[in-house]
Design a protein around this ligand. Sequence first.
Ligand SMILES: [Zn+2]
Ligand SMILES: [Zn+2]
Length: 98
Amino acid sequence: MPKTREEVLKDIQEHPENHIHNFDELTACCLVDRALNLSLMEAHSKFVDLGANPVTKCDVTEGPCACGAWHRLDENFEGDYKGFPTRKEYLESLNKKK
Ligand SMILES: [Zn+2]
Ligand SMILES: [Zn+2]
């Protein structure tokens, strides 16, 4: 299905819960006219709450992230995930919030 940058951006803003991606999904989501759209990647880290890093907001659930870390769903940095045992459980709770 063809999509435009504007359509994807609007969907990120209105339905951020649909944009909790791992790295592969994120690159697929940000592909417009077969090119990676960097402003869409920024929109993910801006509007989608993946928590954790206070300085640079995360943009992926798994894999190389905007915050500089390489995330795994079973990771558990002390204090980062607001009381949840692992990143996976924390992200699932964000999904359910809506
Ligand atoms: Zn997305
Ligand atoms: Zn991150």
